[in-house]
Design a protein around this ligand. Sequence first.
Ligand SMILES: [Zn+2]
Length: 191
Amino acid sequence: MKRALIVVDVQNDFCEGGSLPVTGGAEVAHKISTLLHHWTNQDPKAPDYAVAVATLDHHVDPGDHFSDDPDFVHSWPRHCVVGTDGVAFHPNLDPQPFDAVFRKGEHAAAYSGFEGTAPDGTGLADWLRSHEVTDVDVCGIATDYCVRATALDAVEAGFGVRLLTALCAGVAPATSESALAEMRSAGAVVL
Ligand SMILES: [Zn+2]
């Protein structure tokens, strides 16, 4: 068994002060960075990940994903636009430990990290399989949207999936709760 950590969309625009802020985002960034620090220092209490990867929402012109009058379900204020500070990793998260970063959503909405590609064009599922990964821990922002979609796609792709809820932040409590229930019934272990 080889396990990977997948850190979803811990970016400036999704944290306090960004254009689409999720409450608790900055704190989640800090906690994930601490976990990565323990992992890279081979702290015996840290999870034994084979690799760690991140996803980034990375929009150029994603069509109706953006709206001046967003419904916050299917359309959203402009966020994570390439060339702006909003697309960057939150400063509380040190990205140095990541083995690869997968960007998604340049020209259409892309909630799942499994829609993302590395700079060489490799998709997340293929990349994980090429590193003999069998299981993944998923965390990041937001529980009810991109984390949910990434975890469900990971199950679908055949990986054993755990959701690290303490390292996630959600847009709203009700949709986050229903997302957790959905992930659980799909077969993910919600920790
Ligand atoms: Zn987006």
